[in-house]
Structures are given as C-alpha cells and as structure tokens.
Ligand binder design. Sequence first.
Ligand SMILES: NC(=O)c1ccc[n+]([C@@H]2O[C@H](COP(=O)([O-])OP(=O)(O)OC[C@H]3O[C@@H](n4cnc5c(N)ncnc54)[C@H](OP(=O)(O)O)[C@@H]3O)[C@@H](O)[C@H]2O)c1
Length: 328
Amino acid sequence: MRAVVVETPGDLDQLRLMDSVERPSVGDNDVLVRTAYAGMNFMEVLIRRGDYLRNPKYPLILGSEASGIVEEVGSAVTDFKAGDRVAVLSGDRGCYAEYVCVEQTHVVPIPDAMDLRTAAAYPLQVLTGWGILFASARIQEGDWVLVHACAGGVGLALVQMARIAGCQVIGTTSSEDKAELAREMGCEHVINYTQQDFGREVRKIVPEGVNVICDSVGKVNVIGNLRAIANFGLIVVFGYASGEPKYDDKLLWGRSCGITMNGLYHLVPHRREFTRAVRETTQWILDGRLKLHIGQEYDLSEVQEAHRALEGRQSIGKLLLRINSELK
Ligand SMILES: NC(=O)c1ccc[n+]([C@@H]2O[C@H](COP(=O)([O-])OP(=O)(O)OC[C@H]3O[C@@H](n4cnc5c(N)ncnc54)[C@H](OP(=O)(O)O)[C@@H]3O)[C@@H](O)[C@H]2O)c1
C-alpha cells in the first residue's frame, strides 16, 4: 500500500511517500479500514519533528485520524463489520496510508448522512474540544471562555461548541483572515496577539476576567493567561505549540484559579462520556450548528506542502489528505 513514512524525526524531507509498504495485520480486537481521507493535525508536525510529549518509536507511518470503509475485522470485534463507513483515531501513527488498523474502541461510528470528507475532519479535533469544554472545564451557560489559536482546527470547534453551550467567547489569533473566520464561526471578540497584549485586552472586554482558558500554545501564553483568568477560573492546557508552559503556584494562588491538562486519549476509554461526546457532536454537525471548516485538501504526494502550512501558522481550519477520495 502507499503510505507516508517517517524513518527518523526531522524536517519536512523526512516525510517520504512510499509505494509498497506492508498492509497492517489484523489482531482479534482490531478493525482494518480502507482510508478515504486522513485528517491533518498539528500533533503530526510535533511527531515528525520529534517534539511530541511522549515520543513514539520510529520508523512510523504518520497520521492520527482518517475516514474510510471497514475492510476486515478481528474475531473479537462485535460493533463493526466489513463495509461500514467510519472514522478512526489511531493515536500517534498510521493514518497517512491506504489502510489503517486500530482497536475497535478507536473506531468512531458516523451517521449515514455524514460524507467521508466531513468524517475525516471530525473526530480528533472536535472530540478533543468537547473533552476540554465538557469533561475538564464543565462550562456553564454565561461563562466567558478564551480560546487561543481560535481559527485552527480545535480552535474553531471550541469556539462553536462554547457558543452552543451559551458561553461568551474571546479568541486569539495571528492574522486578520483568521480573525474574520473565527468571527464568522461565532467568536464575539477576536484579539490579534501579534499587535496587542491579549491579557490586557481581555480585561478591557470583561473586567472580572474569563472563567475558562483553552490553551494549546503553552509557554508564551503564561503571563497573558494569568492576567486574563478570573478568580476561581480554570486554565485548560491541551497543547504546547510554543513549548511547555510552567506556572508558578504562587501566581495561581493570587487568583484562586486552577490549571489542568486535557488529552483526548483519556476520554476515549470512558465509554459513557465518549459515546455522549460522539452523539452530541455528530448531531450538532448534522443540524448545522457545528461547522467543520475545511481550509485545504492535499494529495498524499503533497504531504510536505501540507506540513509546511501547518507548521508555518498558514493553515486555517482543517487540512485533509486525499487518499482514496472516490470512496463513498
Ligand atoms: N491534548 C489533546 O488531546 C490534543 C488533541 C488535538 C490537538 N491538540 C493540540 O491542539 C493544538 C491545535 O491543534 P490543531 O491540529 O487544531 O492545530 P491548529 O490550531 O490548526 O494549528 C496550530 C496553530 O497554533 C497557533 N500557534 C501559536 N504558536 C505557534 C507556534 N509557535 N508554532 C505553530 N503554531 C502556533 C497558530 O495559530 P495562530 O496563527 O492563530 O496563532 C497555528 O495555526 C496543537 O497544539 C495540538 O498539539 C491536543
């Protein structure tokens, strides 16, 4: 099968499209999926560079989510069968390929009305956003929520879901194009952090500070976040595009505020919560309240170009890799 392999971590030229990689073998609990599209995520840049928090073993096939059609299931699989249309979450590897094999708990059922292009843009970023807002922050109607990188994949999902829950949303981003898209998606206030100090700007908009901060940028945001957070607020760190953040306990005391981390793969095993997350988010997508903005599509052979955009803050919304896009 064709697949994008990273032999050793490094620059863009470590992304190699190979023609004859062995198809993964199917264990008892596994589901083998013929992929239509792979969704692209910033974490794949970190994995390619060797900067991921838990660095995986290399060489690997890159890619952490995809949509497609079930080709084969293991003997212990009860919930899926060959021919089912699905999305998959594959952890730190596997999806930039014509076939991907995952445990059945990592297969996400999709409604009949959802096409496979939308399905590839859906699970990783939307379910991460759901976990941040509803499992970690437990947002309430009327809360003020600050979303960093608000025009990115997870960012746009966070903005829209916080609005669905009745919150007021402030976003930060680096350009006017991105700010405009975030506003279109419901972000009431957008701060361009390259021109303004976001912590001070937040206090002008909401003098008591925000109740929740969703932060995937990390290190460079620490001071601004401490300025922006309200007393008793919660900072949810779920990424570190600028490096790992370090918070001084004494400063957190100064606001009686908290800090927590959120990872999608802690939501997946909580089957009741995870099922609720899938049910709610697929419904919001189908009824049009949650829009998945697909910014750009690339062929597998253009994977380096796609990574350049993601890494260089040029991507807006979701990027997709076309693999077997004729699959329906
Ligand atoms: N914890 C989890 O389970 C989980 C799951 C999925 C994703 N994540 C994390 O969530 C974040 C967003 O993921 P995504 O796939 O939706 O990516 P994305 O937001 O579409 O792209 C990354 C964005 O981060 C911003 N950014 C700020 N500082 C940056 C820097 N130094 N280098 C590059 N980008 C920088 C840029 O937006 P602006 O131009 O607006 O600043 C950039 O467009 C990533 O950090 C990812 O690792 C975590």
